[in-house]
Design a protein around this ligand. Sequence first.
Ligand code: FMN
Length: 371
Amino acid sequence: MPTLETTVNGLALPNPFVIASGPPGTNLRVISRAFREGWGAVVAKTVSLDASKIVNVSPRYAKLHSADGREVVGWENIELISDRPLEVWTDEFKAAKDEFPDRVLIASVMEEFRKDAWAEIVERCQDAGVDALELNFSCPHGLPERKMGSAMGEDPEVLEEVCGWVSEYARVPVWAKMTPNVTRIEDPSRAALRGGCDGISAINTIRSVMGVDLETLRPLPTVEGHSTPGGYSSKAVKPIALRMAMEVAQLIRDEFPGRSLSAIGGVETGDDAAEYILLGADTVQVCTGVMKFGYGLIEQLEASLLAFMGRHGFETLADFRGRSLGYITGHSDLVALQAAGKAAREGGRGDTDARWDGDEFVAQSDALASR
Ligand SMILES: Cc1cc2nc3c(=O)[nH]c(=O)nc-3n(C[C@H](O)[C@H](O)[C@H](O)COP(=O)(O)O)c2cc1C
């Protein structure tokens, strides 16, 4: 019988499905719900020392639908981190751990560029009994104006220093959550791992403008006639998130063996999770999927990941973690592999751009797509 149980940085999880920081982990009520439904771990909504500075607006979400209007494929939010005081949160962390002592509760924290601020938030969260910390270096809106969130995550030097401070105080495993809004995600990830973090979480949301209302001519989501760029998530971001998770996995394999990767972005099925794990993830996190389908999604995630494992004869996640990573290579290698393959098969030359024809364009594009 295959098992989904896994141990990551010493944390024992019943399955690799983790609630990502956001509305699905925004207070004790919903955290308890997630544990009851069987989620492997919960990363709580991001907390900071002074919640009075956090003021949300409404509406703060905007959705992108499929052409037939039936499916939500993309989701933008301009939501900030938690607007609830840290003292309320630490009481709730304690209560959650009292009720679910065997379950993994991860506090997501964010602070300004001051060592004493990071020391205080780390101490207060771990004193409340959380099992691990996730450092939010990645919120793309609102907080960067205070040099927090992705403003830090875009600057490897600052990141290494802050991760170094946190490592001085942390007695629990620490994951650094990366922003995708950089050209090379390996650079800030390397800085965080050098600073002493035990793992990387990737990705947070992608900076976006969801659209413009063609009646009112105002950008979306519209608050008093105005908008601001937000963070894009859900199914539509998965290919970008997979690429970034893969790049972090390569970095861990090549330079930091033993560190962990928690992959995030558009996970809605066990097959999505299998793809991330095949590219090197230890766990996968889900945020928008829970907002679209509810906490009961965990049942289908578990069942379909187990079905995938059954089809391939995998008994544990370790049997296939990183299996597909070795098949990612450079383009020149693909050309050489193709030439060798074709030479072996028919001795012919590959197709060239001269073959493209305006009348057959769509069929030719289709013929070059995999699956
Ligand atoms: C409404 C909303 C609020 C979010 N709030 C946070 C947050 O407070 N801290 C954080 O680290 N990430 C936050 N995120 C990002 C998610 O944790 C996750 O990285 C991102 O949405 C991609 O995953 P998904 O496609 O499963 O949603 C938020 C996402 C959404 C949609």
